[in-house]
Structure formats: structure tokens, C-alpha cells
Design a protein around this ligand. Structure first.
Ligand code: NDP
Ligand code: GDP
Length: 323
């Protein structure tokens, strides 16, 4: 019998990559979607007839209990969250409800419906915030710098706590930034590659950015969802940092992306102070040694490969839109 997986946040970047990966492994894949008046299925449109999609919401405890009861998954991947840092400064309470308490609601649903369900929590390098060590690994203390980061710290510890208290097979993946052509356009990498394509094709001339000196350890989302599956398929549940171990600045990302399209970023990028954050995370670099050693996980796409993939995809898409 095929193993059954349920993904919350299946309409997001990681949900789309994970759903594809699990279908290819032969899983029966289900997804939780929230009701909207417009259709948010863009990223999984081509998979829809192979997925079971069910309405529920992280705010609604009963809807999650009913969902688990109906699907009876072997593995549950909690990817749903309010995931954009600037929005978390504007809507800190809602961010806490979704990104922090949503995790407890889901874990309570697991306890009630079937404590044998294996649970993955999408934790984040944003938890490290003002970094206490370089590079950051599973034992580096957290110092989050945004309501999003604070909410993720709660989600991380409640996952650890339910593992220790109720013997739930619960894992927290501390994933560093991961990007792809499916990344939301408000995140800096996709904002840049979308603008590069539009500038190249004559649709815009400038790109406004905030903190160009911020550094991130950027990887490819397709590589990172493999690590999620690996965590749930070990003998013991545990927490893992997933990262490349290499960091670059926003400026370097922009420089490379513009160069890939034959442009100079200095001719187009403008600094907009309105895009600076009340508190920013200036640098992040992960140490993925444990994921390498225990899971056997290795990323396959390099930084330059990722930038090229994203610019090429946006150029193709914008060209098609112009036809
Ligand atoms: P996205 O923002 O692309 O996707 C978020 C998903 O959560 C969407 O499917 C969204 O649904 C869903 N969602 C939001 N609120 C609710 C709610 N109240 N009820 C049900 N569903 C909801 O995020 P990513 O795919 O990039 O990231 C996946 C997870 O990994 C997130 O938890 C994120 O915080 C975390 N993470 C991501 C990193 C990254 O670099 N990408 C790094 C570390 C952690 P809808 O389509 O309806 O909006
Ligand atoms: P985050 O690490 O989850 O906050 O991912 P983002 O892609 O949103 O931001 C990464 C870094 O890029 C942060 O330090 C931002 O301050 C910086 N940055 C600079 N300009 C921009 C911008 O215009 N948009 C976004 N989203 N981030 C920017």
C-alpha cells in the first residue's frame, strides 16, 4: 500500500516541490488548503488531479482534527505559515496565531487522531536572528529579530516538547533560506529575478531594494524538501539544520542576477529606506554537518546555478506574458 502524506501549505513554494517529490516516490499525497475567493493553486496546477485537496485552516482546531481523521496520513508536513518577515511586523498577532499557535493546534490534532503520525515542522534560520555563533548549528542559541522569528521559535520548541512529552515522532527542520522560480515575488531573490526579466524586456527600468548588505545562506527549494522527507524516514525523530554552509549578500545576488541577463545592477538598483526593517537579520550561515552525516543529505544546486535558474525562468515567463 502506498504511504500517505498530508502537507499543510501545499500551495506555497515548498508545498509544491514536496508534493512533486512525494508523488515521484509513490506516495498518496493530500494537501490542506484554506478557503479563498480567488484560486491560489498556481504552483500545483499541473498536479491537481494527482492530489487530494481538503479545506482547513491553521486558525480552526476542529477543521484540522477532521482533516487528520479523514486523511489518516502516515506523515504530516506542517509547511503552512505566515512566512513573510515584513508582514509579521505589520500583523504580529496574526503571525503568532498562524505560525506559532497553529503548530500546537496541529500537534493536538495528531495526539487526538493518531499519535503515530510522523510530524515535520518547518522551522527557520530566522530563529537565529542576531547570531550567537558562526556558522549556526542545532545547538546555537536563538535570538529572533522579528515577530515571524519569535513565532517560529515557539513552533520549534512546541514540536520538541510534544516529542519529549508524548513520544510523537516529531522533527523540526531548521531550514536556511531556500529559493526557486516558485518563490513568492515579495522575497528579495525572486523580487530581483522578476525585475531583471522585466528590465531586460523593457517593462521597467529601476528596482527598489532595502538592505543590500544583508547576508543569507541561500539554497534551492527542490534540494531542501528532500531533507524534510529524510528526517521523517529515520529510526529516531530529531532536529536538523539544512543549509549550504556558504553565504552571500543581497548585493552579490543582485550583481549576479543582472549579469546573467547582460545587465549591470548599478544602472538599475535604487535604495528605498522604506524597505529597511525595524530590526533586520544581518547575516546567516548554517552548518549542515549533521544533515550530511545522519541523513546523507547533500544539496545539488549551487548559488550561481540557483541565480541562473531563477533569472532564466522569469525571462521565459515574462516573454510568454508578452506574446
Ligand atoms: P509560502 O509563503 O510560499 O507558503 C506558505 C503556505 O502556508 C501557503 O500554502 C499558504 O496558503 C499557507 N497558509 C498560510 N496561512 C495559512 C492558514 N492560516 N491556514 C492554512 N494555510 C495557510 O512559504 P514557503 O513554501 O517558502 O515555506 C514553507 C514553510 O517553511 C513556511 O512555514 C516557512 O515559514 C518555512 N520556511 C521557509 C523558508 C524559505 O526560505 N522558503 C526558510 C525557513 C522556513 P495560501 O496559498 O492560501 O496563502
Ligand atoms: P527573510 O530572510 O525571510 O527575511 O527573506 P527575504 O528574502 O524577505 O529577505 C532577505 C534579506 O534581504 C533581508 O535581510 C532583507 O532586509 C533584505 N532585503 C533587501 N531589500 C529587500 C527587499 O526589497 N525585499 C525583501 N523582501 N528583502 C530585502
Amino acid at each position: 500500500m502506498a504511504r500517505r502524506a498530508l502537507i499543510t501549505g501545499i500551495t506555497g513554494q515548498d508545498g509544491a516541490y514536496l508534493a512533486r517529490y512525494l508523488l515521484d516516490l509513490g506516495y498518496e499525497v493530500h494537501g490542506m488548503v484554506r478557503r479563498a475567493s480567488t484560486c491560489p493553486m498556481e504552483r500545483i496546477d499541473d498536479l491537481r488531479d494527482r492530489l487530494g485537496l481538503h479545506q482547513a485552516d491553521l486558525l480552526d482546531q476542529l477543521s484540522m482534527i477532521r482533516l487528520l481523521d479523514r486523511v489518516q496520513p502516515d506523515e504530516l508536513y506542517n509547511l503552512a505559515a505566515q512566512s513573510f518577515v515584513p508582514t509579521s511586523f505589520e500583523q504580529p498577532l496574526l503571525t503568532g496565531e498562524f505560525t506559532a499557535l497553529g503548530v500546537t493546534r496541529l500537534l493536538e490534532a495528531v495526539r487526538q487522531v493518531n499519535p503515530k503520525i510522523r510530524f515535520y515542522q518547518a522551522s527557520s534560520s530566522e530563529m537565529f536572528g542576531t547570531v550567537r555563533a558562526e556558522p549556526q548549528d542545532e545547538s546555537t542559541p536563538f535570538w529572533p529579530r522579528s515577530p515571524y522569528g519569535v513565532a517560529k521559535v515557539y513552533g520549534h520548541w512546541i514540536t520538541v516538547n510534544y516529542r519529549e512529552s508524548y513520544e510523537i515522532f516529531a522533527c523540526s527542520g531548521i531550514l536556511f533560506n531556500h529559493e526557486s522560480p516558485l518563490r513568492g515575488k515579495e522575497f528579495v531573490t525572486r523580487k530581483i529575478t522578476d525585475a531583471v526579466a522585466r528590465i531586460k524586456l523593457g517593462l521597467q527600468t529601476t528596482l527598489k531594494l532595502g538592505n543590500l548588505d544583508a547576508q543569507r545562506d541561500w539554497g534551492f527549494a527542490g534540494d531542501y524538501v528532500r531533507a524534510m522527507w529524510m528526517m521523517l524516514n529515520q529510526d529516531q525523530p530529531d532536529d536538523y539544520v539544512v543549509a549550504t554552509g556558504i553565504k552571500h549578500s543581497v548585493r552579490e545576488f543582485a550583481q549576479l542576477a543582472f549579469e546573467h541577463a547582460g545587465l549591470n545592477y548599478e544602472d538599475h538598483v535604487e535604495i528605498d529606506p522604506a524597505l529597511l526593517r525595524p530590526a533586520d537579520v544581518h547575516t546567516l550561515r548554517g552548518d549542515p554537518s549533521k544533515a550530511h552525516r545522519v541523513l546523507g543529505w547533500q544539496p545539488e544546486v549551487s548559488f550561481a546555478g540557483l541565480v541562473a535558474m531563477m533569472v532564466d525562468a522569469d525571462l521565459r515567463r515574462v516573454r510568454n506574458e508578452l506574446r
